[in-house]
Every structure is written in structure tokens, then in C-alpha cells.
Design a protein around this ligand. Structure first.
Ligand code: DX5
Ligand code: ZN
Length: 218
């Protein structure tokens, strides 16, 4: 299973987004993680479709869109049209899970299901055959820069074992509090797509930081 690093631009310098995008590309980052928050599903508001559309014009990097919004099915087609390659939405949202997966796929994007720290990962089992990726949240969604929740590691193990037992080929993504130390822990548990925001953007040398995350993934 290939390993990826996805840079969360929530921690980027928003007024210099063009430079930040070329910086992450040059640093060897594989994906750009784009956190969309609506102020309802989570207590924070970020950015949305018009910004994504501009980002798409700027780069050919894989755009990994994480929707933290209350009714994602209403918007997935438009996010795909604006350039999302992968769309994650929450199991805890109000949209019907299976219908939303279908809507993402028929819009031409890869479908991922995100699970908050306090939701049992077993609740996602029935959707695994239809997913390209599962996102195990390692912090409570809403803000960058929070501490990694250690109890989520067990969930990564459980979902990875289930994926293997079903003979599926699905990426396991983790998001929140990922640095060189926690990367090692989640990798041994079975994660292969690591989102990193504050740690990556605060690093003095992003290329070195990416190497550390990738090394931790091997
Ligand atoms: C949190 C977001 C994350 C966040 C990760 O709700 O989904 O993608 O930006 O940031 P760090 O790596 O700083 O925890
Ligand atoms: Zn995210």
C-alpha cells in the first residue's frame, strides 16, 4: 500500500497561498488537504468552493477535500466540479451515507468517509466495500494545532484489520496532531495517508519534515 503525506492548508499563510502551494509541492508532499467547515457541523468556519477553484487552477497536486459540513450531499458535485480529487465527508453528518458515497463517485471523485474520535469505528464497516479511503480523525474536528488523541490508534488498527479481512484495497487516512512521533504510531497501526497541518507548516525545512513523515511511514 503506497504511503502519502497530505498537507493541511488550514495552517498555511492564506494571503500567500500561491507560494505555500508551490512550497508544499517542492517539499515532496503528495496531496493538499482542504478543510471545509460550515460553523454548524463544527464550531469554526473556513473556506469553500471559490477558493478551491482557484487552487485547482494553480496546481496539479491531488486535492483532498475534507468536508466538515452538516449536509455534504448538497455540495459534493460542486466540490468535484471545482477540482476535488478525493472528497471526505462525515459519518456523523445529516446526509445519507450511502447516497453521499454514490453522489461523490458519480461526480467523478474518490469517496472517503470520516469518523470523529468518539464515534465507534465499527459504524463504518458496512460502507467499506464502496469507499476509496477511510478517515480516522485523531483530533476532534474543527481546529488545527490540537493534540493527538491516543485512544484513536486502536480505531486505526480495528479498521485496518477489517479492510484486510474483507480483502479490500482502501487507504486509511489520519488527521489531527500528526508529527514525526505520532506518524510512527499511526503507521504501525495501519494508516497510510498522513494529514499534517501545523507541524508541517511550522517546520523550518518542509522537505525534511516530509521525509521524516515518510520515513515514519515505511
Ligand atoms: C481539523 C482538520 C485538520 C487540521 C489538522 O479539524 O480536519 O485537517 O487542519 O491540523 P494539525 O495537523 O495542526 O492537527
Ligand atoms: Zn482535515
Amino acid at each position: 500500500m503506497k504511503n502519502f503525506v497530505s498537507a493541511s492548508v488550514l495552517s498555511a499563510d492564506m494571503l500567500n497561498l500561491r507560494d505555500e502551494i508551490s512550497k508544499i509541492k517542492n517539499a515532496g508532499v503528495d496531496m493538499l488537504h482542504f478543510d471545509v467547515m460550515d460553523g454548524v457541523f463544527v464550531p469554526n468556519i473556513t473556506y469553500g468552493l471559490p477558493v478551491l477553484e482557484q487552487v485547482r487552477k494553480e496546481t496539479d497536486i491531488i486535492l483532498d477535500v475534507h468536508l466538515m459540513i452538516i449536509d455534504p450531499i448538497k455540495y459534493v458535485k460542486r466540490f468535484a466540479e471545482c477540482g476535488a480529487d478525493i472528497i471526505s465527508f462525515h459519518l456523523e453528518s445529516q446526509s445519507n451515507t450511502m447516497d453521499t458515497i454514490k453522489a461523490i463517485k458519480s461526480a467523478g471523485a474518490k469517496a472517503a468517509l470520516a469518523v470523529k474520535p468518539n464515534t465507534p469505528i465499527e459504524n463504518a464497516f458496512e460502507y467499506l466495500p464502496y469507499l476509496d479511503m477511510i478517515l480516522v480523525m485523531t483530533v476532534e474536528p474543527g481546529f488545527g494545532g490540537q493534540g493527538f488523541i491516543p485512544e484513536t490508534v486502536e480505531k486505526v488498527k480495528i479498521i485496518k484489520d477489517k479492510i484486510i479481512s474483507l480483502g479490500l484495497d482502501i487507504d486509511v487516512q489520519v488527521d489531527g496532531g500528526i508529527n514525526d512521533k505520532t506518524a510512527e504510531i499511526v503507521k504501525s497501526a495501519g494508516a497510510n495517508v498522513l494529514v499534517s497541518g501545523s507541524w508541517l507548516f511550522k517546520s523550518e525545512n518542509m522537505a525534511e519534515a516530509v521525509k521524516k513523515l515518510k520515513k515514519a511511514e515505511e
